[in-house]
Design a protein around this ligand. Structure first.
Ligand code: UTP
Length: 293
């Protein structure tokens, strides 16, 4: 089995209901963080970890995601003629950063169903799954951290983080087992969005997974849950029993950019750090803070 990760699956076929009406005609993954769409941060993380092929699992109205990673010749030509070299090179670099493969998930029947849709493009290799609305900044980044664990253990590994008990019902939650190293453990069980009183721990799965291709068979064997969705969590429970699954506590700043508050937080932080507007934005915020009630 190859130990290097060359393929990333990014499911972006969800309906983005939390972002309506903005997501009515624009994929939420294309919403900007100051001047860079959410999806660019996610693809950059995968590419920095050595990924060569990005597989978007898409739905209707998601063409702009594919267009974004392709050339816009008219714009490039115009930028070149205007001698706007920095913008020209930036635009061209994004168009050339990765191979994009698109696969349609014809109806959004859950994350497990979306990952299974990518099977023909992934084949028999280990691969990563990055949720299209979870932005994480780390050095090494979270995908690289998972790849390092996989390199040594050769077992599927997912990123976990500790959340307050009151938040467990928003996530898949892992029951942690035997220790492998300081930040890596075997997972004994997983529960999708448990009530705080029923959660086996506070270790949540925020949306970075490294799987061997064994996950596909596990998803195929998974029955839809009550709401008709095929849950990735249920398939991972099968994976635990058949092949094992590790949890790795990652180190990174993490934002849920698919949620209104998380989206505003990442925009706020990115604006403060932005080389062009950061200083002025900070002055504005400090000034506003004096008058805000
Ligand atoms: P979310 O549940 O956070 O996204 O799924 P959503 O469904 O788009 O948003 P809301 O909850 O309605 O506001 C996490 C990621 O998985 C993808 C979504 O596009 C999102 O990036 N997803 C989810 C799929 O690709 N297919 C699905 O069937 C479900």
């Amino acid at each position: 089995m190859s130990k290097t990760i060359k393929k990333a699956v990014i499911p972006v076929a969800g309906l983005g209901t939390r972002f309506l009406p903005a997501s009515k005609a624009i994929p939420k993954e294309m919403l900007p963080i100051v001047d860079r769409p959410i999806i660019l941060h996610i693809v950059e993380e995968a590419v920095a970890a050595g990924v060569e092929d990005v597989i978007f699992v898409t739905g209707r109205n998601k063409h702009s995601l594919e267009d974004f990673f392709d050339h816009n010749f008219e714009q490039e030509d115009s930028l070149s003629k205007q001698k706007k070299d920095d913008l020209y090179h930036l635009s061209k670099k994004i168009s050339e950063m990765v191979n994009v493969i698109s696969i349609r998930q014809k109806s959004p029947r859950g994350l497990g169903h979306a990952v299974l849709a990518a099977k023909p493009a992934v084949g028999d290799e280990p691969f990563v799954v990055l949720l299209g609305d979870e932005v994480m900044f780390g050095k090494p980044n979270v995908t690289e951290q998972l790849a390092q664990v996989f390199h040594h253990q050769e077992v599927s590994t997912i990123a976990v983080m500790e959340v307050p008990k009151s938040d467990v019902s928003k996530y898949g939650i892992a029951k942690i087992g035997k220790t492998i190293s300081k930040h890596t453990w075997h997972i004994d069980d997983l529960v999708e969005k448990p009530k705080p009183s029923e959660a086996p721990s506070c270790w949540a799965l925020p949306g970075r997974y490294l799987f061997t291709s064994d996950i596909f068979k596990c998803i195929e064997e998974t029955k839809p849950s009550k709401n008709g969705e095929i849950q990735l969590t249920d398939a991972m429970v099968r994976l635990i029993k058949k092949h094992g699954l590790l949890a790795h506590q990652f180190t990174a700043e993490r934002y849920d950019a698919g949620d209104k508050l998380g989206y505003m937080k990442i925009n706020f932080d990115a604006a403060l750090r932005h080389p062009e507007i950061g200083r002025q934005f900070k002055e504005y915020v400090l000034e506003r803070a004096k008058t805000l009630k």
